[in-house]
Design a protein around this ligand. Structure first.
Ligand SMILES: Nc1ncnc2c1ncn2[C@@H]1O[C@H](COP(=O)(O)OP(=O)(O)OP(=O)(O)O)[C@@H](O)[C@H]1O
Length: 133
């Protein structure tokens, strides 16, 4: 997967670029606990969407919500790695700010996804179970 290849020069071809990109995804899944939780929640949303037979418009929103969270997690991991690379285990106010802001971005994205999930799934579930409010 190219994780330990110690390459520091530019990728020579598409295959090499793809291998390193996949290695990045693998590293995200294997090292980031919160990312795995978000992927499980995304999978549940997809299963529920199939079960509730969402329409194209609803799928677009669910897909957007999932990708916003994934992108926020990717940026958070990048910020963490770069901060750790620069300051290591030394305390630094700017390091704290960078990591806290990156984590805040994930929180905002997760809230966005939760709002989208509620707006789409709650009316669908009410209709499915014929609940009269
Ligand atoms: N070098 C540092 N200097 C100052 N504060 C730090 C430093 N490293 C971490 N922190 C603080 O500790 C918190 C947790 O750090 P950690 O590296 O575990 O972040 P995290 O991986 O984003 O947490 P999570 O796994 O929950 O996303 C940061 O949000 C920050 O407030």
């Amino acid at each position: 997967m190219g994780l330990n290849d110690k390459q520091v020069n530019k990728n020579r071809n598409f295959l090499q670029s793809l291998t390193h990109a996949l290695s990045g995804v693998y590293s995200l899944v294997s090292t980031e606990r919160n990312f795995r939780k978000h992927i499980i929640l995304a999978a549940l949303a997809i299963i529920m969407g199939i079960w509730l037979r969402l329409n194209t418009n609803e799928w677009l929103w669910i897909t957007l919500a999932i990708f916003v969270v994934v992108v926020a997690e990717v940026l958070n991991t990048v910020v963490e790695s770069i901060v750790d690379l620069i300051v290591g285990y030394h305390y630094h106010d700017e390091a704290k700010k960078a990591k806290d802001v990156a984590a805040g971005g994930v929180l905002i994205a997760a809230i966005f996804a939760l709002v989208i999930g509620c707006l789409i799934f709650v009316p669908e579930l009410i209709q499915k179970f014929n609940v009269h409010l």
